[in-house]
Design a protein around this ligand. Structure first.
Ligand SMILES: NC(=O)C1=CN([C@@H]2O[C@H](COP(=O)(O)OP(=O)(O)OC[C@H]3O[C@@H](n4cnc5c(N)ncnc54)[C@H](OP(=O)(O)O)[C@@H]3O)[C@@H](O)[C@H]2O)[C@@H](O)CC1
Ligand SMILES: [K+]
Length: 539
């Protein structure tokens, strides 16, 4: 279950199930509501021992329908529940309407117009006790434009009336206002935060892109995925259109122990050259640390040999720090060309600490001209700010660009603007869209860093390596962590791992290593945490 779906892919799965008679909308809605209630009771068992009062905010579509199911199921368990409807009951889609009717036999539904008044005086028409549970069933995959001003304001009032911690907040499928394809808020004006952040979000069948991208994790709280009985493999097998639609699905990064092993039954007599020789190009004196971090990452991840190529003036500095890593003199592009005469150097890393300017540009061109696997990071990217097309003209499919957001903005300013201008309609332009567009333009793999790292190859695979929820690793925001990542990718390239897979595995391991260490992590710790991670995943 590594796919992350778009709203359109989820709809295609549901529609295929309907077409094939594998499920009805009513059945899916009932299972969705059940899934939400089960997740709430499993995650917050204390709620059952409190006053058991729920407020359910229902929207005009099927997300609202799920809300009415939740209200009914809670009521049947003895809860006090009140629904608030944003929209008109007569215009609800059929399944939602049916569940509104079923709920209406059991309890009240207040019109949204009374809602803001009610909030000010305590939710509940007769000033009853505050709720212990607030369910957001306003919008899910059908959100197509920003929340209206009045709704946004009402949700912010609700946020203030019942601050986080006083009542559990649970979103059905998505926190309302969150674009499920991008994780970007669709809210009025230039606001960047959702009006109501959640303690938990319960989605259905699979996580969607918006749960892991951008503001998704912070807005959702925890995420749970409820099984609503859709057999994706069977549906795919039955429908070629669905196979095609899902063929482009984004996947989550996963570790692949077999790519990391050395030796084994098939290769008893292994030699260091069987695992390649990585070359990391260093900056001058006082600027060699970044390349040394990258080199250590390359060696720890299992490259057979690693060499740092440093200017003559920095040889002593490097030599005093390096032992298992070799050293070569490299005073510029012409020296680099000579070094690359050794065909065994099969993976290159340029950028960390290299310096911004023409000398770096020349070395990048030499590296690209050698047609080796190559990671370009940091200064190797910034050196082409304002002249990106001259870089793109020389890139090829075995190159990986690893920008952080600032470097990405310098190379792809127009794409960055699309990603950061306030979103005005859904699905909003996402980090996945941006990385795919950048990869297509550059003609190589692009890895756009962040807690939601996206890796895209031109016209090919897209992978997200998310450091969020139970894999959150905030300690990775530390100087030099990116240099280590570049080196780790380079090391895997040297080992012959397919480039996009190398980027995927390295980003996964990078997060995992950080999680092993926890608070206090510095970049220099990262390479040395790899052996413990390897043991754990059975390398
Ligand atoms: N399909 C299934 O079988 C199952 C679906 N399930 C559930 O259904 C959810 C998807 O349902 P959905 O497609 O009805 O979309 P939903 O998110 O409820 O909202 C759409 C409505 O909102 C409106 N609208 C949009 N933006 C707006 C805005 N800013 N401000 C105001 N209105 C706005 C839009 O109308 P419009 O005005 O654009 O015509 C439309 O009326 C999904 O997330 C899951 O929870 C589960 O039960 C499993 C089975
Ligand atoms: K919702």
């Amino acid at each position: 279950m590594t796919e992350l779906l778009t709203s359109a892919q989820m709809r295609a799965i549901e529609q295929t199930a309907f077409d094939l008679g594998a499920a009805t909308g009513a059945e899916l809605m009932e299972r969705a509501g059940q899934g939400v209630v089960e997740a709430i009771l499993a995650s917050f068992p204390d709620l059952e021992h409190g006053s058991r009062r729920a407020v359910i905010l229902c929207g005009p579509g099927n997300n609202g329908g799920d809300g009415f199911v939740v209200a009914r199921l809670l009521k049947e368990r003895g809860w006090t529940a009140e629904c608030f409807l944003y929209g008109e009951a007569d215009r609800l889609p059929p399944d939602a309407r049916a569940n509104f009717e079923r709920w209406s036999v059991l309890g009240p539904t207040t019109d949204f117009n009374d809602w803001r008044f009610a909030l000010r005086y305590g939710v509940g028409s007769n000033g009853a006790e505050a709720p212990t549970l607030v369910i957001d069933a306003l919008f899910g995959t059908g959100l197509v434009r920003p929340l209206a001003d009045d709704l946004d304001r009402a949700l912010r009032e609700l946020d203030a009336a019942f601050p986080k911690g006083t009542a559990k907040r649970v979103a059905v499928d998505a926190p309302s206002g969150l674009c499920m394809d991008s994780g970007r808020p669709l809210v009025p004006g230039a606001k960047v935060e959702l009006p109501l952040k959640q303690d938990m979000t319960v989605s259905f069948h699979r996580l969607k892109l918006g749960h892991v991208l951008s503001e998704g994790p912070e807005s959702c709280g925890a995420v749970r995925v409820a099984d609503i009985g859709l057999d994706q493999a069977a549906l795919r097998a039955a429908r070629s259109e669905l196979r095609e639609t899902l063929g482009a699905a984004v996947t989550r990064a996963i570790p692949r122990a077999y790519e990391l092993r050395k030796g084994g039954e098939d290769a008893p007599g292994v030699h260091k050259y069987d695992y390649g020789h990585a070359l990391v190009v260093s900056g001058g004196p006082g600027h060699t640390g970044a390349a040394r971090l990258a080199a250590r990452g390359a060696l720890r991840i299992g490259a057979g040999l690693v060499t740092v190529a440093a200017p003559g003036s920095a040889m002593t500095e490097c030599a005093s720090h390096l032992t298992a890593i070799m050293l070569a003199r490299c005073n510029g592009a012409s020296d680099l060309g000579a070094i690359l005469g050794d065909e065994r150097l099969n993976a290159l890393c340029l950028g960390p600490g290299l310096g911004v300017g023409s000398a770096t540009r020349d070395m990048v061109m030499t590296a690209l001209g050698s047609r080796r696997c190559c990671v370009l990071d940091a200064d190797a990217l910034t050196s082409f700010a304002g002249s990106a097309p001259s870089l793109f003209a020389h890139l090829h499919s075995r190159v990986i660009l690893t920008p952080h957001t600032g470097e990405f903005a310098r190379l792809f300013p127009d794409i960055w603007a699309k990603l950061t201008d306030p979103a005005t309609r859904g699905p909003a332009y996402s980090k996945v869209d941006a990385t795919q567009e950048a990869a297509a333009r550059a003609g190589c793999i692009v890895l756009l860093k962040g807690p939601d790292t996206v890796i895209a190859e031109p016209g090919g695979r897209t992978v997200i390596s998310a450091a969020s929820y139970d894999r959150a690793a905030p300690w990775l925001a530390t100087a030099g962590a990116g240099d280590v990542l570049s080196g780790m990718i380079t090391g895997l390239l040297a080992r012959g791992v397919w480039p996009v897979t190398a980027a995927e595995i390295a980003t996964w391991l990078h997060v995992e290593a950080a999680r092993r260490f926890g608070p206090g992590l510095i970049a220099a710790d990262l390479p040395d945490l790899l052996p413990a991670v390897f043991r754990e995943i059975g390398v």
